[in-house]
Write a protein that binds this ligand. Sequence first.
Ligand code: C2E
Ligand code: CA
Ligand code: CA
Length: 727
Amino acid sequence: MKLWRQWRMNVSPTARMLIATVALCGIATIAAVVILLNASLSAIAAKSDEMDGHRSNDTAQAAAQALLTHMTQKTTDNAQWDDAVDELYRDSVDTAWLQRTWGVTALDKRTYDGVFVLDENRRILWGRFRGQAFTGTDARMFGSGFAALVAAHPGQLASGETAVSGFSLTRYGPAVVSISLVRPVEHPLSGAGTMRRYLVMTRHFTPGLVQGLGTAFRLDHLRAAPAADRHIPFLNLTGADGRVVAHLTWKPRLSGALAARAAAPRIQQITWLISVLVLVFVGVSGYALHRLAQSEATAKRFALTDNLSGLPNRRALFEHLQSEGKKHKARMQTVVFIDLDGFKDVNDIYGHNTGDKLIMIVAAALKKYLPEKGMLARMGGDEFALLIAGHDGPAKAQGFAEAALAFVGAPIRIGDRSVQIGASIGIAISTLKACTSHELFRRADLAMYHSKATGKGRITHYDAELDAARQHKQAVEQGIRKGLQNGEFDVVYQPIVDARTQRVTSVEALVRWPGRPEGPLPPDQFIDIAETSGLIHEIGQFVLRKACADLKAVPDLRLSVNISPAQFRDPEFERKVDAVIDETGFPVDRLELEVTEGYLIENPDRAIAAVANLKARGVSFALDDFGTGYSSIGYLRRFNFDRIKIDKSLAGRIDRDPQAAALVAGTVNIAAALKMLVTAEGVETEEHVRLLRLAGCNTLQGYYFSRPKALRDVLAMLEQNGKRSVA
Ligand code: C2E
Ligand code: CA
Ligand code: CA
């Protein structure tokens, strides 16, 4: 039973069916052979018996005929006899002669049992029956068969050429009766007048007679029976009057049956032989199929297993979910997607060996947290997924995700070193009636991606808003692409003033999207999207080119342009900036690029190189949004910025937040120490201006002085203030 269950587990249903089919075919073949052999044997036997029946019937007929012929012969011989003519054609017959001649012979039962002499009126003149004298005269004692026989052969009786014989039921029972005219041998009867003498001989059916006939004609158990038995062959012996005198019956030889019986052992041997051959064939092919199925099962297992972690792979998980979908459409399915954060760094820094070990360690740990009936798979790279069905699935999945996050978030020992990674996790829950298995995975993936995009090391549950956000993102992306082609973007400029003189020294170029068909979208709602989709390169290039072109002719005015982290990542970035400077002829020493610290921290080497390359050409750099991230003095030194821009969230609160005020003061001190200039953003009130100037900021930017303006308005403003003083 256990073996059977194991076999069922290992062998696919298709292979099982094949094996069963082969076995069934084998059994059917054996059965067919047995049935066919026996059927054809009995058909041959039956046919042969039937032919035998016909033949034995012919034989019986021949026997009856022989009986008649024999009696005819006998009677003819006795009746055509000159001595008999002399003795019988007298008025009174000599009974002594008759007794001597035929009377004794009548005792001989094997030839005839009765002999009679009849006159022309067919009256019995003399007779002996079974050795006894016969006293009657009436020929009716020979039965109606005899009468009909006589009536049927008038000519033959008249000439006496031969005797006539037939069957008749005499007073003593069924018999062969023969009659012949007594006449000379050589010539017909003459000179007898009307006198006629007939010799009648009878032979009644006795068991001895019939048996003898049977022996002579090889008919077993030949009998004369008063009634026929339908089940054994019989022959009616009919008299000339058409009445059945007796039935001859005999036992059928049944040579067919005999032959069949004789052949039976051979047939049995053949059956056995064929059965053994078929069983051997079934056994061999069944075994071959079993082996094939096993190797197929092994191959399948191999194809569905991730060989590094030993966990099921992506395909296995999909197949499992798909089969769940076919069987239990209404069952709740929960998918947890885990993507390791920082795995790539471990790989890059410590090598693939360590990376592989890390995967194995994480896989083993996740296996420990695996809830009952859950399926854990490695989806490839540094991705894992848990699939769990049922209503308690979401709770179990949450527990698993938290445990996984805690394990992965803690330092992990690999050999003698310790690595720090993390995980971004997404969870999606649905029945497979409500969404397809692919959709379920996509949702878990999207949720995971959201975890990654919003700070990593967290768990996100899928909800429709994530999709809405994604759709919005895609729509904006599409819009930017079209907008760039259709010239929907524009650049505005926000003046930056000297803190002491309050004269405009510089402007910051800020991108706008006024031509957007759905209505304008502020930059902080599309810059991020442009960054993740790579469109920022084109936008950044557009802003830089336009701003340089716009302001090239305004002497002494500095220009600040925002540069996205993604632009820094582009190895072509410096070349592109160069190209714009060459193209527009904008004086390099008036150009300042503003960068935020995020990317600088992520990829310091590349950023240092880019900054250094551009600084070497004369471009200045400002660290934007200072105070929102976690810049260290070390970074500021390494990058050698020309300026720090204190973020409006800090500068704008200087009047009401002592901590902000202290931070601003500290920033100014550090900048001074590092020989950097300081610009304060978000200056909205006179009080801001006063405090920030007091704090030591060099330049100020904010609505207090001016909102970002179209080029025309900025130029007009500069014109109006002649000396470029705003206040
Ligand atoms: P940012 O670089 O910090 O730009 C300054 C933002 O502060 C601008 O918003 C400006 O309008 C706003 N601002 C100026 N003065 C005040 C004030 O007194 N009070 C307040 N509350 N806000 C003030 P904007 O133009 O909406 O730009 C938002 C952000 O979008 C920018 O922040 C910058 O990070 C990004 N951005 C804008 N244009 C570009 C661009 O051409 N390229 C790149 N890469 N990013 C850009
Ligand atoms: Ca800026
Ligand atoms: Ca800023």
